[in-house]
Design a protein around this ligand. Sequence first.
Ligand code: GLA
Length: 729
Amino acid sequence: MTVEAADRPERPALVILAAGQSTRFGRPKQLERVGPGGGSLLEYAVYDAVRAGFGRFVLVVRESQRDEFETRLAPVRAAGISLSFARQRLADADLVPLPPPGRVRPWGTGFAVLSAATALSRRAPFAVCNADDFYGRIAYEGLAHALAAPPPGIRAFAVTYSLADTLSAFGGVSRGLCEEGPDGTLLRMTEGLDLRLDGGAQRTGGGADAAVVRPDVVGCTPSGAAIRVGADSQACMGLWGFFPDILPLLEERFRDFVAASPGTEDEFYLSETVSYLVVAERTRCGLVPAGKGWKGVTFPGDHEGVAVWLRQLTEAGAYPVDLWTPHAHAKPVRSAQASLFGPPQALPGGVATAPGRINLIGEHIDYNGLPVLPMALDRHVNVDFEAVAHSTVELEGDSDHGSFAFRLERATESAPRGHWSNYVRAAARGLLDHGVELKRGIRGTVTGTVPVAEGLSSSSALVVASALALLYANEEQVEALELAALLARAERYVGLQGGGMDQAASLCGKEGHALRIDFGPLRVTPVPVPEGWRWVVASSLARAEKAGAVRELYNERRAQCAEALERVGRTSWLEVVEAGQAEFETILAGARRSLPLTLSRRFRHVATEGRRVIEAERALRDGEMASFGRLMNESHASLRDDFGVSTQALDEIVGVAREAGAAGARLTGAGFGGCAVALCRADEAKGVIEALIDRFYAPRGGVDRRALFVADPSGGATVTSEGGATCSD
Ligand code: GLA
C-alpha cells in the first residue's frame, strides 16, 4: 500500500540555539572553525541531522549576529538545505514587551525555543540543540526515530549522555541532570551548575591492581544548593525532541517566570521547564541514550580536543573534509571517500544473505532444550555492505525502516524498543562479547524478502546477515554452529528470551532438506524432504512482533515451562521426552495431578511436542507424509489448547487448509499471529491456496503474495564477495 503524499508525516525540524553570549569562551564561539575543512559545530549538527531525516533548520541568533551567520552559512543553503533564521530579542512584542531594567542577559534556552516558534510547522515534531555542541550522528538518528514513533503520551524526548563523558578538564560546566523513572521516562531533571569531578580518582582496596573508582561529580543548582551525583548519571546536553503542543506549555511557563520578577541574571531554562511539566504530569518525556559521542566547547582549552576528534572522524571517513561541496552528498559513500581521501582502500565488501525459516514441527520447545524440525526458506534478508576503517555500523533500510548508525563497542547502546537496528546491534554485541575483534565497521543497505513480523524469523535473518557482514568485513571467522549459538544468545539482548532454532536454521539451511536441530550442544542434521510434497505458508494477517506484545507472552510461556518442570521434580525435558511409553504416561498423569491447570497444560504441550518431533523426523525419513501431517495437526491442537499461542485466524487457516486437502497444518513460529504452514501433495497445493484465498483472504479484502506462498526448503546464509565468490562454506 502506498501512502499519499498529503498523509506522509512532515519531516522534523531542528532548532539550533546560537544566541548565547559565550561568556566563558571569550569570543563568539558558534561559528568557531573546528572541523578540518573549517566547519563549525553547528554545521556538523546540520550535516548529521540531514542524514538522520531532519528536513528544516531554524537558527536562533541575536540580531547583531545575523549577517555573520548568513555569510558563513551560505554554503549550507547552496547545498539545498532549508535554513531560516529566528531572532532572539530581550523584548518580544507579545511575551515581554519591555525588557526589565538592567537586563542584558538573554532570557535563556526556553525563551530561545519560543523565539523560533513562528518558523516551525504546527504539524511536524522538532528538535532543539545548542550550536556549540557536537552531539554525533547517532544522537540525531535516535531522536528522529523516537519522534517518528513516540510511545503513547510522550510529547518530549531528551537525548542523554553519560555525565562523566561530558565534563571539561578546563573548568566547571552546566548540565541537565536526568533522573529516570521506573518506566524508563524522565522523572525529573535538575540543572547542575559548575559541575566537575570531585578531586582525583580514588582506589578501592590496596595493591597495584586495585580497581579505580570514578569520583562523584559535584556542583550546585541554580539556587545554590550543593549537588553530588555519580559520574555515570545521565546528562542532557541540550538536544531535545518535541511535538508542537509543547509550545503553549512553554509559553505559559515563561509568562509565569517573567511575572515572578526574575533577577537580571536568572534564565528561563528549557531543562527546568520540561522537568517542571513532567513533575506536574502535564507531559511525559522519553530518554534517548546516545552513548559517548558528545563533545562541546565551553572553554578555549576544549577547542583543541574537539578539533582532534573531528579530524579523526573525518580521516576515518565519517565526514567529508568540506561538508557542503556537492560530492559530500554523493550516495555511494565509497566514491565520496575515494575522491576525498585518494584511491579507494582495498577493504572487503559484499552481500551477506540469510534466509528466514518455517518450523515444520517442534514449537516452543527449543528453549526447553528439545529438538525441533524447521527448514530454511527461499526468502532472505540481504545486507549489501562495504567495510569501513572506523568502527561504525551505518545501514540504510527501505523507506519504512529508515537508516541508523552506531559504534561497535561492547556496551553498544540499544535503540528504543522495536527499532530494527537492535537486531544489528545484537549481532555486533554478540560477536564482541564472544571476543571477536571488530576493528572495522560496515556501511551499506539492507533489503529483504522475508515478510516482517509474520513468525518467519526475519529478525534472526537480519541478525545472521549482519553478523556475517561484520565478520567478513573484519576478515574474521566463527564456525557456523558456534556462531548460531552465540547469535541466539545475542538476540536475547533485544528482549525475547528465544531458543536457538531460528539462527541455526538460517545459518545451516540445506536445499531440499528439513533440519533436525538438537540443543546442548547445538547440532544440525539435515533430513531430506520427499519429492512430491509442498509446504504452503499462509499469513493470519496479524503481525507477531517479537519486540512488541509477543515478547511478554512468549517470555511468560518460557518461565511457565521452567516452573512446571521444576515443580514436577525434573531437571531435564529430554529425560521426560525420552522416557518409555509407560513411564511417560506416569509422568504426564503426575504433572496433571500436582500442577495448577495452566502449568499442567504447558507441561503436556512441551512433553508431547517433544515426542512428536522424534516421530515426525522418522516419518519424514520414511516418506510417511500422511503421518507427518497427522503430527502437525496434533501439534496445532496442543499449541492451541495447552500452550495458548494460537489465534482464531490461525485456527481458521489451519481448518480451511485441511478441508481443502492438506495432509496437515499448524501454526508456525511463536504464534500470537503470524503464519500457518500446511503440508500438501504437490498436485494439491494449488487447491489449498485457492481455498485459502476464497474462504480466508477474500472476505478480509484479498491477499498479496507475501502473505501466501509455497516455500521450498533452501540453503543457509552466505556471504558473496563483490567479485561473486561465495565465502560462507
Ligand atoms: C521464536 C523463537 C524460537 C522458538 C519459536 C517457537 O521464533 O525465536 O527460538 O522458540 O519462537 O518455537
